[in-house]
Design a protein around this ligand. Structure first.
Ligand code: RIB
Length: 302
């Protein structure tokens, strides 16, 4: 039986990030040297899960990892952060996910994700894990598009009445079919344009908002746009010094899910999640700076 109280249940990706720090991002065909290499844990799902725990939410993760040293280290990391890994699946046939990340001096990045075991997460894996975790009223199921679309499509039928689904469509691809269980959708500006073909971010937010419970478009230092009705609201971001934007979207999503579980209204949760994303960009690496309720309150001047 699930324990009482809301949980964040992340159905997502986890692996190891290898980050090279460069003066500027390389052009196609260019080779650049750098002495600065950072190896750490990542994958959008695990970043979301660890950020949700840092914001104080009870968190579980459904994830597929290789049966290798990286997979074992990822599991240890999740457990050390307080994430319930009882639904972690071992895949003997594929390596644990790895991401290769370039970060330029001005904090911009490009990322290649070699999915490995994450790409083997199936519809049946997710359906079985959700039937055991039994997400119910007060729980938030948080997904991202680093897992296969078929796996995502197990979510609408796997969540009980009253549970909330937050889907981060990153990286952008075809959205999963959600039939009569639409999610709260989170995308960044680039993903909003890729999904709608509309360069105007407000227009894109409006289109996506019409078929979801709400759509939130994160716009970096500009904060976020929220489309949850006829009007589109802008939520400003606190000003911080940007070191590395890697993982800012994951921090936003993990914090948003945690805050919804804690009973915050959507507008309040979005304002705090924007601040959590701002905390994340102040240090190197996807996990360099985890937001807490205290750091978020400080940034919001409370
Ligand atoms: O969003 C940042 C994450 O994207 C990194 O941790 C990397 O693993 C990729 O999945």
């Amino acid at each position: 039986m699930p324990e009482p109280g809301g949980r964040v249940i992340v159905v997502g990706s986890a692996g190891v990030d290898r980050t090279a720090l460069l003066a500027q991002l390389p052009a196609p065909g260019e080779t650049v040297l750098t002495p600065r290499l950072l190896v750490g844990f990542g994958g959008k799902g695990s970043n979301q899960a660890v950020n949700a725990t840092a914001m104080g939410a009870r968190t579980a993760m459904v994830v597929k990892l290789g049966e290798d040293a990286d997979g074992a280290a990822v599991l240890d990391d999740l457990r050390a952060a307080g994430v319930d890994t009882s639904e972690a699946i071992a895949d003997a046939a594929s390596p644990t996910q790895q991401a290769f990340i370039w970060v330029s001096a001005d904090g911009e990045n490009s990322i290649v994700v070699a999915s490995g075991a994450t790409g083997g997460l199936t519809h049946d894996d997710v359906a079985a894990a959700l039937s055991r975790l039994a997400p119910a009223a007060g729980d938030v199921v948080l997904t991202c598009a680093e897992i296969p679309r078929a796996a995502l499509e197990a979510v609408p039928a796997g969540i009980g009445d009253g549970a909330t689904w937050v889907h981060n469509a990153a990286p952008a691809g075809r959205l999963p079919a959600w039939r009569d269980r639409p999610p709260i959708l989170v995308v960044n500006e680039v993903e909003a344009e890729q999904l709608t073909g509309l360069a105007d971010v407000e227009a894109a937010a409006g289109v996506l908002g019409a078929s979801t419970v709400a759509t939130i478009v994160t716009v970096g230092a500009g904060g976020a746009l929220v489309a949850d009705g006829p009007a589109i609201r802008r939520v400003p971001a606190p000003t911080v010094e940007v070191v590395d934007t890697t993982g800012a979207g994951d921090a936003f999503c993990g914090a948003l899910a945690a805050l919804l579980v804690q009973g915050r209204s959507l507008p309040d949760a979005v304002a705090r999640a924007v601040a959590a994303g701002a905390v994340a960009v102040t240090a190197l690496g996807a996990r360099g700076s985890l937001a807490t309720p205290e750091s978020v309150a400080r940034l919001l001047g409370e």
